[in-house]
Design a protein around this ligand. Structure first.
Ligand SMILES: NC(=O)c1ccc[n+]([C@@H]2O[C@H](COP(=O)([O-])OP(=O)(O)OC[C@H]3O[C@@H](n4cnc5c(N)ncnc54)[C@H](O)[C@@H]3O)[C@@H](O)[C@H]2O)c1
Length: 253
């Protein structure tokens, strides 16, 4: 799709990969709604790019629905949903203090998998009801998964399962939405320099970078954002997940 002039929703757009995506898509002429639980930070991003910021908890059906409707009021129906909201916690399934509390697992599944699905079902319903473009395309949904979907590390059970769930959904949803001209794609980042990783010491950052074949450094948010722009532009990409990781393969720990 030609992103220029299109309405776009970026969840998790207040920080990291989502923020860079919001900025990049705006530079391509998109009308961007920055959806996040961190409203102040979302507002700062929106102000920089001439977009709008809307409070949205992706896990909450009412909040998500209200945010998508509020964005439509200003920009029209969103033709691109970029799901970047997400996160995780490190905890062994059976640690020194016994089995992981079930709610720890459910919380991460709820944020990444249920949250991504929640936004998708609501945004896709509006895309499907809208007019197609001259090539029959009505919209695009993108997930941010992780290389952890394939190489889950010790302590990442919940995160791995949640990203694996999104990875599996990509082809399923692409099939289900194909008749409406809505594509579904996923991007699996390797190790990117964002607030999610916390403030890494130089030493830790260097040791992480040493495990990445080439380029021997952490990924830059801009590189992720440019891939989002390419996936939007290239209509033949559908139902697939693209790794962007400098050829890294995560080790068990
Ligand atoms: N940084 C990496 O190395 C890396 C690697 C693989 C995958 N990812 C994935 O990329 C995505 C973005 O990560 P990031 O590194 O930019 O992290 P980040 O912490 O910088 O940004 C995540 C954003 O999501 C928002 N958010 C959290 N819960 C939310 C909710 N319930 N509703 C709405 N917004 C919510 C946060 O407020 C934050 O702005 C995540 O899904 C993460 O799992 C990141």
């Amino acid at each position: 799709m030609d992103i220029n002039g299109k309405a776009v929703l970026v969840t998790g757009g207040a920080s990291g990969l989502g923020e860079a995506t919001a900025v990049h898509l705006a530079s391509l002429g998109a009308r961007v709604a920055v959806l996040d639980v961190q409203l102040e930070r979302a507002e700062a991003v929106a102000q920089r790019i001439g977009g709008i910021a809307i409070h949205c908890d992706v896990t909450d059906p009412d909040s998500a629905s209200a945010a998508i409707d509020a964005a439509r009021e200003v920009h029209g129906v969103a033709r691109l949903l970029v799901n970047c909201a997400g996160g995780g916690a490190v905890r062994r399934v059976v640690g020194r203090d016994g089995p992981m509390p079930l709610e720890d697992f459910v919380k991460v599944l709820n944020l990444n998998l249920v949250g991504g699905f929640n936004m998708t079902r609501l945004a896709a319903a509006q895309m499907i009801a809208a007019e197609p473009d001259e090539q029959g395309e009505r919209g695009l949904v993108m997930f941010t998964t992780s290389v952890a979907a394939f190489e889950g590390q010790i302590g990442q059970a919940a995160y791995t399962a949640s990203k694996g769930g999104l990875a599996s959904l990509t082809i399923q949803l692409a099939r289900e939405f194909a008749q409406f001209g809505v594509r579904v794609m996923a991007i699996a980042p390797g190790i990117f320099e964002t607030p999610l990783l916390g403030n890494l010491s130089d030493e830790v950052a260097r040791s992480l970078a040493d495990g990445i074949p080439f380029p021997r450094r952490l990924g830059r948010s801009q590189e992720f954002a440019e891939l989002v722009g390419h996936v939007a532009a290239n209509r033949y990409l559908n139902g697939e997940m693209i790794r962007i990781d400098g050829a890294v393969r995560l080790t068990p720990r």
